[in-house]
Ligand binder design. Structure first.
Ligand code: ZN
Length: 396
């Protein structure tokens, strides 16, 4: 239990001592305020003309590299606000994305409807990537049984794996991503597993608790990443950081142009995510992820602290919705009542208690692998046998 005597909340945001290792300066501002400021200063707070120039340059490169191909980029759509807006922006800029929707079995009807609207109104092609449900379920069950905090790793990792796989199949060099500093750069360590793409950690957790082999799910470990990035030359581009990204304006715009409908909370387009953020994390781990999302909006000047505090007073769920989702999720994942109770009462286990990519053994092997590839890759590029990527640096 948290020590209530030592409770403190940031004087500028709504992050508080439910964040492990949070610290405060003499003005009562937390370390995330500094973190955000530094990040924003080197990304979104730069001079608008400079950003616009960079944006046009990036769009130009994507078009140039996509000449003669059916698509010039891949765009993952969840039905959420960021990816919906990205789809609209791509259209306005004359890009030709292949839309990919990732179906892990948890999409809300509203999310599906939102995606249908994007596809129909903007006349895009949609590729729906359906995960093998039995394998995916086994993974999610493993993460819940393991008592680690970030049960969204399987989804996040497999989405990116699927996007890379599809980009490679269609010889597309760019993955447009909706990640952005203004609305989603505050992710306290301890609330998420930072290395979302750690396949070794995923396999280690699954090995301990899974009950079937993972054969059909796409893979994205460090070697696969090396293949996609270095050999195939596929890049992820966070284009939203190069424009003025204001949530309220964008929401209005996609509601108007794409009949987009709000589903209530950030990332609530998935029933599992809604349940995970609205019930599982607050009840089992004692924190409310909205604090991070709302603090992010305060820091980017899109919300007042007072409005954020008002929102936090509202429960994450209405009682009836919570009961419905709880029943649905537990059943869908095939847990018996007593198993679920065990999961909810078990103590937290760190992701690092399982094998990770950062373990010395894995690190050394990968360094050796990269060293061995260093010269051959450059020779093959020089000879024109291997694609030479034009580097776009928009990641943070
Ligand atoms: Zn703060």
């Amino acid at each position: 239990m948290k020590d209530e005597l030592n409770y403190q909340i940031c004087s500028k945001t709504v992050l508080d001592t439910t964040v492990p290792d949070i610290s405060f300066n003499e003005n009562g501002e937390c370390n995330f305020c500094d973190y955000y400021q530094a990040l924003a200063d080197r990304t979104i707070n730069r001079d608008p003309a400079t950003k616009r120039k960079e944006f046009d340059k990036v769009v130009g490169i994507i078009k140039q590299e996509g000449k003669g191909k059916e698509y010039d980029c891949v765009l993952g759509v969840s039905g959420g606000l960021d990816s919906t807006y990205l789809a609209l922006l791509a259209k306005e800029e004359g890009l030709r994305p292949l839309l990919v929707h990732f179906d892990n079995g948890w999409n809300s009807e509203l999310a599906v409807k939102n995606i249908e609207n994007i596809v129909n109104i903007l006349e895009y092609k949609l590729h729906t990537y359906v995960m093998d449900w039995e394998e995916f379920k086994d993974l999610q069950r493993s993460y819940l049984k393991a008592s680690v905090v970030d049960v969204e790793v399987p989804t996040d990792q497999l989405i990116f794996a699927a996007l890379n796989k599809i980009a490679f199949k269609y010889k597309i060099k760019f993955i447009l991503a909706g990640n952005n500093v203004a609305t989603e750069s505050i992710n306290p360590a301890g609330w998420v597993y930072k290395n979302k793409l750690d396949l070794i950690n995923l396999k280690s957790i699954h090995k301990a608790f899974g009950s079937r082999k993972l054969k059909k799910l796409p893979r994205l470990g460090q070697y696969e990443r090396y293949f996609y990035e270095v050999i195939a030359g596929i890049q992820r581009v966070n284009i939203l950081d190069l424009i003025d990204y204001k949530k309220a304006d964008v929401k209005k715009l996609v509601e108007e142009k794409l009949h987009w409908k709000d589903y209530g909370g950030k990332h609530y387009e998935s029933i599992f995510t809604r349940f995970y953020q609205g019930y599982y994390l607050p009840v089992k781990f004692g924190f409310d992820k909205r604090r991070a999302h709302l603090s992010n909006l305060i820091l980017s000047g899109q919300l007042t602290r007072e409005a954020a505090i008002r929102q936090l007073i509202e429960p994450t769920y209405s009682q009836s919705e919570k009961d419905t989702d709880l029943d649905y999720v537990v059943k869908k994942l095939g847990f018996a009542k007593h198993e679920w109770e065990q999961i909810m009462t078990a103590s937290e286990v760190s992701h690092e208690d399982y094998e990770t990519e950062n373990d010395a053994k894995h690190k050394v092997l990968f360094v050796l692998f990269r060293l061995a590839m260093f010269v051959p890759i450059r020779v093959l590029r020089f000879l024109g046998i291997l694609y030479m990527p034009i580097k776009i640096d928009t990641r943070w």
